[in-house]
Design a protein. Structure first.
Length: 538
């Protein structure tokens, strides 16, 4: 089949059935769907919601991941499911596996390693012997010891965290004892260094791999529980930089230029510096660390609708994920899911869409797949957002028109410099730089009623503007005076529907019934009589 042009890139990295289903929304797994219009947003959002009614066996979704072949996986309270674009396929469980070796059914993280093996992780039980691995090219999961043909080499020092790369894969693991483990393409695990020495426990707040392959770790020690230390670790496991931060912060994104974005790690202690949420602004939640080490807070202007209330406790379960495709942040949490762009402000708010229901109480951290599609696990299924750039500026736009539909109907336009004469319900001037509009004449002007409901608009080289309805409107470009020339009614409402200038001194006017002509020198409208044997048009 032929795909729209924007889909060619998807064809190279997605199974055809998945792409087709996303485009068509068909099949038994068809989701609740809607296009989300956000005024002044540079993006167009298409949202879909999958839950039990759309074939997802378990509605409680912890995480979303993607394997190397492009299939999306959904991690739930009871198993993981591969989504082929139409149906959700459960991960098979080997009944012959001894119970003491069987993996936990809860899947709260899904990542793939350098060898393209898919790791299905229960963060509450990261014991190596019970980790479940889906080997590359296989459809049957196996325990980690079987997948890698070796036991855990580091004794009673279990896995504490996976260092994510682009939110989808990992090359490094961290242990509770402070080790940094490199997972090789050959399926081996090599200890390359330490981020913490044996002794008092160190709280690991967050971690990621930078575009240059370095590790970025944020830790808090018992001596500085209300602050954090940012560690930069090279590929040999050596800590090459330390910076103490005045808040408990965890890295969200690292740019190629060395800029790091961080999120506040909100604690329950009152001594911990807390983000501040008001009805108008969220502060000290996101931070920017410049390459020179300067830390600055990124205040987010918020509307009252973005959060169910202004209780700071909501921020304990709120996540920030940087979207490199759109250069914005996805903020999600308790009854909260919105996108904030540093230049454009709030560009998306799920609470304002038809998809938002009382069943969607918890939105987990956003997952952004390799095609730029954004996924959210919730306590009632999974939400999928496809996003494209809005390459058009919208004027006179009503996102949710109630009764003012006539205002959105554009009948004629003439540009003069940076202004546009627009015939809508009335005639207005639109400033193309600011986007603001105002009526051509105020309501108190007696001419105003003649500018209501004009259809075509015509401009001349002299700067004159003409419009037509049940009369001809002429705005003189030199004097700015507006003059009205009535049409012959002949007992009918003969609306003017088209205008054409012959380049000299005549303007032809097309009506619902016939033609007429306006002579710009004589300033008169008369019937057009040159019909070449079609007199019935006169």
């Amino acid at each position: 089949m032929r795909y729209p042009r924007f889909c060619h890139a998807l064809r190279r990295c997605l199974p055809a059935s998945l792409l087709f289903s996303w485009l068509m929304g068909s099949g038994p797994g068809a989701a609740v769907y809607g296009q989300v219009s956000v005024p002044k947003s540079p993006f167009i959002f298409n949202a879909r919601h999958f839950t039990v009614e759309q074939g997802l066996p378990d509605r409680y979704v912890f995480t979303v991941g993607q394997d190397k072949t492009g299939f999306v996986w959904i991690g739930t309270l009871d198993n993981a499911y591969r989504f082929d674009g139409q149906r959700f396929h459960a991960l098979p469980v080997d009944a012959n596996t001894p119970k003491n070796k069987r993996y936990s059914p809860e899947v709260s993280s899904i990542l793939h390693d350098p060898a393209s093996n898919l790791w299905l992780i229960d963060n509450l039980n990261s014991e190596y012997s019970k980790l479940l691995i889906l080997p590359s090219g296989s459809t049957n999961p196996v325990p980690a010891e079987t997948a890698f043909d070796q036991p855990w080499l580091f004794g009673a020092d279990p896995i504490s965290a996976f260092v994510e790369k682009d939110g989808q894969s990992f090359r490094y693991l961290l242990t509770r004892g402070g080790r940094i483990i490199h997972s090789t393409k050959e399926g081996r695990f090599v200890s390359i260094g330490r981020y913490a020495q044996p002794g008092p426990p160190v709280a690991l707040l967050g971690q990621l791999e930078t575009p240059h392959g370095q590790l970025l770790l944020s830790v808090a020690t018992p001596q500085t529980p209300n602050r954090s230390t940012l560690l930069v670790v090279n590929t040999r496991g050596q800590v090459i930089r330390r910076q103490v931060l005045p808040h408990r912060l965890k890295p969200v994104w690292a740019g190629p230029d060395g800029t790091v974005y961080l999120q506040a790690s909100v604690g329950r202690s009152e001594a911990t510096a807390q983000p501040r949420l008001t009805a108008h602004q969220l502060t000290d939640f996101l931070f920017r660390l410049a390459p020179d080490g300067t830390l600055s807070s990124l205040p987010i202007p918020v509307a009252a609708s973005l959060f169910p209330n202004v209780d700071p406790a909501l921020l304990r379960e709120t996540h920030a994920r940087y979207d490199p495709y759109r250069k914005l942040f996805w903020i999600s949490g308790m009854s909260t899911c919105f996108a904030w762009h540093p230049a454009h402000g709030i560009v998306f708010d799920l609470r304002k869409t038809d998809l938002f229901t009382n069943s969607l109480q918890q939105f987990r951290a956003a997952f952004i797949d390799r095609t730029g599609v954004v996924w959210f696990g919730t306590d009632d299924g999974v939400v999928m957002l496809t996003i494209e750039a809005d390459r058009f500026k919208r004027y006179f736009y009503e996102a949710n028109p109630k009764f003012d539909a006539a205002r959105s109907s554009i009948r004629g336009m003439v540009q003069q410099g940076n202004r546009l004469w627009v015939n809508t319900a009335t005639s207005e001037w639109l400033d193309l730089k600011t986007g603001y509009s105002e009526p051509v004449v105020p309501e108190t002007d007696s001419v105003r009623r003649h500018l209501n409901g004009l259809y075509p608009a015509l401009g001349t080289k002299q700067g004159d503007i003409f419009g037509a309805s049940l009369h001809l409107v002429h705005r003189n470009g030199a004097t700015k005076q507006i003059i009205i020339y009535p049409f012959a009614r002949n007992g009918i409402n003969n609306f003017g529907t088209a205008l054409w200038h012959d380049g000299r001194h005549r303007i032809l006017i097309g009506h619902e019934y016939g033609l007429s002509v306006f002579d710009t020198r004589q300033k008169k409208v008369r019937a057009f009589s040159r019909y070449n044997q079609f007199n019935e048009l006169a």
